[in-house]
Ligand binder design. Sequence first.
Ligand code: HEM
Length: 422
Amino acid sequence: MTSKLLHIPGSAGLPVVGDKSYEYYKDAVQFVLKRIDQHHSRIFISRLLNTPTVFVADHSMVNELLKDHGEHLEFGYKVFMHNVLGDNILFANGEEADNIRKIFHRLLDETTVGHFQDIVERLVEKHLQGVETRETICAYTMVKKLATEICLTLFLGVDFEESKELASRICELTTTHWHGIISVPVNFRVPFGTSSTYSKALEAKKLLLEIIQTKLHAEDTDATFPLQVREAGFKTPILAANHLLLLTSALVPKALASLVTSFVLVTSQWMSKYEIEDMLDNQKHFDAVLLEVQRLWPPFAGGRRVVKKDLVLSAGYRIPHGHAVLYCTHASHRDPKVFPDPDNFRPDRWSNSSLSKDSLFCFGGGARDCVGQHIMWNMLRTICTSLISQFTWELEEGQCLEYKWLPVSRPKDKVKAKFTRK
Ligand code: HEM
């Protein structure tokens, strides 16, 4: 640890007029890269959501923040997501968050993960049977549909075959709800209550919670997960319902669809390194490809915290109480100190023993890392393995393969491809 305090480059600007939220939400990745360049520094300050915000894009500093400074930080999502989601773990801190995490760990134990795996395999099979092989299809849309059905089946016990109307109603509601979640950061200067997108989202939330309540209290049902959630020990029934709302929201399917689509998009890059048979036989090679996908195109470009007690990073930067911190997943995953040749797809880098899954922040890190990451790894492996063992595909030429990054990353053009059954 250096004893000298260092100045954080950049400016927090004046309240309101100096706010950069709009620029950040338009292109979060460019925003960060431009300032890293401008300040010659992977840590800098700006103003976001009208709060002085320290951006951390240095891999070792992100690691330190997430793993060593937990007690100085609170999750920073309440200001723009609380109303649309209600009380849940994302807005809890300290002991309360620890207790909810324990509940999640119990809920997502080995038995549940095994049961989930059977359902995931069945649904992947069903969707892949239906892939139109003579026409060009949009890979993102196809995968998003699959991911949505997986999540609603696992977490809410909705059977898309038996309850078609209910399934489509829930999908509509989650879309409206999602538009409310994402409308807030950009419109933070407009009182949220006045936006019609926002009020429609609140109405969708109410209706989704009504459906969730019926699932939570159904006596005779196959929906085992909601019943487990009911008995899991959440402090109040509302808290249990709100957690199902979080898992039912579009957030998780979008993140899963993002990763699978990126995997499809870079086929030629991993095919030039590994044979399909090798990928299927060798879990290490397969995981190296998935890790490289997560490194280059994480679904969440970063995570927000609010500093509740002054903290000093070992490199010598002091971040005062009341400031926000944004850990930049995308940029820290391309920090050349840890990932040489950072912008290139190099699955072979994962055979280097100094790197492991923990070197990535795709699922956060430290005491508040993602409680669903094991399930997500299983889903990701299952979908990608089924895709490469059953199909080959060709991407349509001339597509714009740039990404949009917020709120959940995905290729702008949604990836058109022609699939051929093997
Ligand atoms: C590809 C899919 C997913 C990605 C990329 C992802 C990513 C993340 C990240 C980055 C965080 C940390 C946020 C932060 O540091 O601010 C997080 C937290 C969390 N994730 Fe996931 N996640 C995924 C799927 C899931 C699933 C399937 C579940 C549930 C079964 C889940 C439940 C949670 C919960 C409850 C938290 C909050 C943990 C806490 O507050 O302590 N996630 N996730």
